[in-house]
Design a protein around this ligand. Structure first.
Ligand code: ACM
Length: 526
């Protein structure tokens, strides 16, 4: 392990030297582009880059050659869908000929890694699995001029610089969470965010589907959850909910971008929308009114009632049936209105139900205050100021086998304001500028946690103040790119001064894609 780290570190220094040779200023050259793969362009930083040789030029004669397999062809069609509008070329996806080739092969790629070889004759992306090809395609996108992202024909030329990239992720969990409860977001708005996450090799989309302000997923056995519990949102707007077909459409779209959807039903707290929808779920049998404020911690399912568990099982059964992925998130945070003994009892009874329907439990890290089920993951959302006792509770669970997803609020809660002038967002975890968000190491973030317990990172985006895709993007970009890098890139590539240059190079791509973003003064935008 130590030896391997030394080798990687040496490689990291060589890469930096090579990068300086390509572009001392960090500026992306104008004109036809670099001939060797630039090291100041790709986010997340690949595991290794060997620039060299001559570039490949995409022309009207280029074909996208794929293996004769449905999944590989699908990645080829996705790539063609990006390249055709801006190049104006036909770019047929075929099983013969050449130009850009996507191929599956045995090799040390892992489930998501890939190798990209580019020279005068063509570009070859090789991976063991279609997900690896898909991630390789994201790298290829970033090697092309940003104008390739536009939806009208651009002048080109379309050069892919020469060299070899070998790349594999540091962590298997690279997530983004969207809160669709505090404000509802349409299927199209969610799909738009998914497409943006794919560009940075995220592989999990966590949807926070229920909270005090709204229940957002149709449950056939309890229909008022959605029709009544989903009928408003923060500030009292119309809210909304996903029909099962809507939800399947989100899952299908995310899968086409190699993201797994992780649904969250937050219980036993954060449940006012459910309690308002069904009086009988309340201990006193009286339904509270719908809630459109932003307080937390005031609602709880009635832990002593058997009906509560019928309700929970119905919801878990229907949600599991909609979920091809492995995980089901049961929330468990801020259950301030649930006595601790009740919380433990509730979690002891609910976690086996998740397993019964074939899914693995995820909970916010308060779950570690109960007894996490075998195989469960805990999502840590504390901050520097979180008590040592609470951190140790999480670390002890990790040592006992609970995997951790890291979402420290004062680092990667994307709804935190950048500074005091940020018009959107909250600041209870402080202001989080771009550097603070990037400059930490998931591998040694929590004391006493074995490195193997850290499954990865996830960037939550809570929506108390967010209503539109533009709002989502302004809070997510640029910080979400840094989260991608923390999740994907080897620790030895971690370097703010190098990262900020690669980050700056993303801006013209975001502009081409119509992504709204925050022009942080910490980043040397071009
Ligand atoms: C949380 O922010 N309450 C998970």
């Amino acid at each position: 392990m130590r030896q391997r780290h030394r080798t990687l570190r040496l490689l990291g220094s060589l890469l930096l030297v090579a990068a300086a040779g390509v572009s001392a200023t960090g500026a992306v050259p104008a004109g036809p582009g670099p001939t060797a793969i630039p090291l100041d362009r790709v986010v997340p930083a690949p595991a290794s880059v060997a620039p060299g040789g001559s570039p490949y030029r995409i022309t009207d004669g280029t074909r996208i050659r794929v293996d004769d397999s449905r999944e590989v062809r699908r990645v080829g069609e996705y790539l063609a869908g990006i390249l055709r509008p801006s190049t104006g070329y036909r770019l047929p996806v075929t099983t013969h000929g050449g130009g850009i080739r996507l191929r599956l092969a045995e090799g040390a790629f892992g489930a998501e890694g890939y190798r990209l070889d580019s020279d005068r004759r063509g570009v070859v992306i090789t991976a063991a699995r279609p997900a690896g090809l898909f991630h390789g395609v994201q790298t290829l996108r970033q090697l092309l001029p940003a104008a390739v992202e536009k939806d009208s024909v651009q002048p080109g030329p379309w050069l892919v610089a020469g060299g070899t990239i070998k790349d594999t992720p540091r962590y298997g969990w690279r997530g983004a969470m969207l809160d669709v409860s505090r404000h509802f977001f349409s299927v199209d708005e969610v799909k738009r965010y998914v497409d943006q996450l794919a560009l940075y090799k995220f592989n999990k989309l966590h949807l926070h589907l229920s909270d005090d302000q709204g229940w957002r997923i149709a449950i056939d056995s309890w229909p008022r959850l959605a029709t009544y519990g989903g009928s408003t949102q923060v500030g009292g707007g119309p809210g909304g909910y996903y029909t099962k077909d809507d939800y399947r459409e989100i899952v299908r779209h995310a899968a086409s971008r190699h993201l797994e959807v992780v649904p969250e039903i937050d219980i036993p707290g954060h449940t006012n929308a459910a309690l308002a929808s069904y009086a009988e779920l309340n201990c006193d049998g009286v339904a509270p009114p719908l809630y459109t404020g932003t307080e937390v911690g005031f609602s709880s399912l009635c832990v002593g009632k058997d009906l509560t568990y019928d309700f929970v099982e119905d919801v878990i059964r229907e949600l599991a049936a909609l979920t091809p992925g492995r995980y089901l998130h049961i929330g468990g945070d801020e259950a301030h209105s649930t006595p601790h003994a009740d919380y433990v009892k509730f979690m002891d009874r609910v976690q086996p139900v998740v397993a019964e329907y074939g899914k693995t439990v995820i909970g916010w890290h308060q779950l570690t205050g109960a007894s996490p089920a075998k195989g469960a993951l805990a999502q840590y959302w504390g901050l520097d100021g979180t008590s040592a006792q609470e951190k140790e509770q999480v670390a002890a669970a990790a040592r006992a086998g609970t995997g951790l997803i890291l979402s420290p609020a004062d680092r990667i809660y994307l709804d935190m304001k950048y500074d005091e002038s940020t018009p959107l967002g909250l600041s209870w975890a402080g202001y989080v500028e771009v550097r603070r968000s990037y400059d930490w190491d998931p591998g040694d973030y929590l004391a006493g946690v074995p490195e193997s317990a850290v499954r990865g990172v996830e960037a939550p985006l809570w929506s108390e103040t967010l209503r539109t895709s533009e709002d989502i993007e302004y809070m997510a970009f640029p910080r979400v790119a840094g989260v991608a890098e923390l999740g994907w890139s080897p620790a030895v590539t971690h370097d703010w001064d190098a990262y900020k240059v690669r980050l700056a190079a993303q801006a013209e791509r975001w502009e081409a894609l119509g992504i709204s973003f925050y022009r942080s003064p910490q980043v040397p935008w071009l």
